[in-house]
Design a protein around this ligand. Structure first.
Ligand code: C5P
Length: 219
């Protein structure tokens, strides 16, 4: 582990999408490359933190020098987060699926079965809200994301209060922004004190700036 302002600190980062199986060959998921989460984990590592990186099936590789816990579903992600060592800060960058399919099949659903299949859904656990609202062992700083396509600040401000986290990094992920799957991000940092608008920049620069802020906040 390197030197730096986060030396001796443990930070948990979730990243990537989750995959919720329908049958052994099919799943539902959110769009997420995992690029912003991986960049955040790397930036925290660069400031000397020990990083536990809980990741769904992302399309970008996990950074070197972090402890990777690979999961598939939201329920597994929650389990991994609960099993992680106590953290000084936790950053929830994963694009967790809101629902899983009830009664996922053990065998591939055949296309020639009578009629179209019907899927049942059940709500997934909200990992960010669960950790934010812990009575014991809550990380000193909990950061969530709000990927929105309209009324970004308004939704993010409400989300911060609803979930009980300290900061929300809000971004507009409308297709025309090119942010999803792209190399840049344009975020707003929503805290109890107000809103900071950050310029559009490379996802690594967003990650570096966030890591600096976290180091400052942890003191
Ligand atoms: O409610 P929404 O999905 O918009 O909230 C996004 C934030 O909540 C992100 O930080 C995401 O990682 C986190 N989240 C979570 N577990 C869920 C849903 C979202 O940790 N089931």
């Amino acid at each position: 582990l390197g030197d730096g302002p986060l030396k001796g600190r443990h930070v948990l980062v979730t990243s990537g999408p989750t995959h919720e199986p329908i049958d052994p060959v099919r799943y539902i998921a959110n769009r997420s490359s995992g690029a912003q989460g991986a960049a955040i984990a790397a930036a925290l590592r660069d400031l000397g933190a020990r990083v536990t990186f809980v990741t769904g099936p992302a399309s970008v590789p996990a950074p070197a020098g972090v402890e990777v816990v690979a999961v598939e579903t939201a329920r597994q992600m929650l389990e991994a987060v609960e099993a992680a060592d106590p953290a000084d800060a936790a950053i929830f960058a994963a694009a967790v699926a809101d629902w899983h399919v009830t009664e996922a099949r053990d065998q591939k659903i055949k296309k020639d079965a009578r009629g179209l299949p019907t899927l049942g859904f059940a709500e997934n656990p909200d990992i960010l809200a669960t950790v934010s609202q812990r009575e014991t062992g809550r990380p000193g700083l909990v950061v969530g994301f709000a990927a929105e396509t309209e009324n970004v600040i308004e939704h993010a401000t409400a989300k911060r209060e609803r979930k009980g986290c300290d900061w929300i990094l809000a971004n507009d992920v409308s297709p025309e922004t090119g942010i999803m799957g792209g190399t840049e991000n344009k975020v707003h940092l929503v805290t109890a004190e107000g809103v900071e608008d950050w310029p559009r920049m490379d996802k690594h620069a967003v990650a570096a700036r966030l890591a600096e802020k976290i180091a400052e906040a942890l003191g």
